[in-house]
Ligand binder design. Structure first.
Ligand SMILES: Cc1ncc(COP(=O)(O)O)c(C=O)c1O
Length: 414
């Protein structure tokens, strides 16, 4: 035997946020310090899981809650999610329409497995969180990006969305607040998307994992704005409760039962074959939602300072233009037209050169959509300001030194 066969669907998987890490290995071997600004993991920086949540997890384990749970999730957690969605997002749902997953990531996979048949289209904002693209392709569907307009703070272009609906379209995805752009959608914008979905009888998949992490603008949940159009809301504990490594998320189904029932059952069946989400973590998740929520304000204040710092620094560096993120913890600058195609072939080459020269690891924008994300990069602004300062100093130096290099050498590299 020369080779064990691997499927095309597995070979073709791309996840730019982690794919770039491979390129750090040689640098690390040579003793290089890496500034990890590629993964949106608050718990890896100075945002720590609240103490009462950690205590709840230890207690759950000590009290021997180490068995399997019901596949759709523990009843007390599903109830806590119902209350949280009402309290925070003004969304009315019932516990039997909530499904608990090992993070939203698992929810995206299950949802796409239940919705997408070969040749189906899924509409998503360009750029978007890449698993929506990857899982659509995995199930042999076609990811179709609708434009979001950069110089209007990345607001969805509703005309483009409407133009891209076809008889093959199966769902419209919204990521609000958006990763990677940090856009927070207004009520008007969400209502327009709901109108398009209603017009064409499409469900909306609304990923709201950064719901409580917005700066000047208030977050509005899609499901709070409609009772008619079916909404599948996705949310989790990774970003607000800093439980990234614990892997806990949920989805809920809001809309007429007869329209959504089959889809929900399709997801529930998948839940059964993967048995259940982590039992002690579910108990801690319920404690997280039912416990004191005051810490969230502190997180937002800290993040806002870091957002302001990142925005200021990027505006001062020649070669970038950037919009101010309104939520989440990513900034998505454009590399100037004068640099792309001259100094660097594309955004991916920019990211790899930057890593090689400075040890700063960021993600190529094309990894979030090949059309609307290209020529951009995504930078995580989670680290404390002194660490951000080091990284931005290095980026600034890199941009300056690239400018000094003779054009011929730069073109030759492309
Ligand atoms: C929009 C969005 N959805 C989902 C996730 C992943 O969530 P989880 O940790 O719950 O799998 C991320 C992580 O960066 C994200 O940005």
């Amino acid at each position: 035997m020369t080779n064990v066969k691997v499927t095309k669907r597995a070979t073709d998987i791309e996840y730019a946020i982690r794919d770039v890490i491979v390129h750090t290995q040689d640098l690390i071997k040579n003793g290089r310090k890496i500034h990890y600004l590629n993964i949106g993991d608050p718990a890896a920086f100075d945002f720590k899981t609240p103490a009462y949540v950690k205590a709840a997890l230890c207690k759950a384990i000590d009290e021997d809650n180490n068995y399997y749970s019901p596949s759709e999730g523990r009843p007390e957690l599903r109830e806590a999610i119902v209350k949280k969605e009402k309290r925070v997002n003004n969304v009315d749902i019932s516990a039997d329409k909530v499904i608990v997953t090992d993070g939203i990531s698992e929810g995206i996979e299950m949802l796409m497995a239940a919705i997408v048949e070969k040749g189906d289209d899924i509409l998503f904002p360009g750029p978007t969180y890449s698993p929506y693209i990857a899982y659509t392709k995995f199930f042999e569907g076609t990811p179709v990006a609708y434009e979001t307009i950069e110089n209007e703070c990345w607001v969805p272009n509703i005309d483009d969305l409407r133009r891209k609906v076809s008889e093959k379209t199966k769902a419209i995805v919204i990521t609000n607040p958006n990763n990677p752009t940090g856009a927070v959608y207004s009520e008007k914008c969400l209502k327009e998307i709901i109108d398009v979905a209603g017009e064409y009888d499409l469900p909306i998949i609304s990923d709201e994992i950064y719901d409580q992490l917005t700066y000047e603008k208030d977050f509005i949940s899609t499901a709070a704005l409609t009772d008619d159009v079916p909404v599948i809301g996705l949310n989790g504990f990774s970003k607000v409760y800093q439980m990234t490594g614990w892997r806990l998320g949920y989805m809920y189904f809001k809309g007429q039962e007869k329209i959504l029932e089959n889809l929900r059952l399709g997801v529930e069946k998948q839940c059964r074959i993967r048995l259940c989400a982590n039992t002690p973590v579910q108990i801690a998740g319920a404690a997280a939602l039912n416990g004191p929520q005051g810490f969230v304000k502190g997180i937002v204040e800290k993040l806002k300072q870091r957002r302001d710092y990142a925005y200021k620094r990027l505006n001062e560096i020649e070669g970038f233009s950037t919009t101010k993120p309104e939520g989440a913890f990513y900034i998505f600058p454009k590399i100037s037209d004068a640099s792309i195609g001259k100094s660097w072939k594309n955004d991916q080459e920019f990211v790899l050169e930057l890593l090689k020269e400075t040890g700063v690891l960021i993600v190529n924008g094309s990894g979030f959509d090949p059309v609307y994300g290209k020529d951009h990069v995504r930078i995580v602004f989670l680290p404390p300001i002194d660490e951000l300062e080091q990284a931005f100093d290095a980026i600034e130096e890199f941009m300056k030194s690239e400018k000094k290099k003779p054009v011929l050498r730069r073109v030759g590299r492309g």
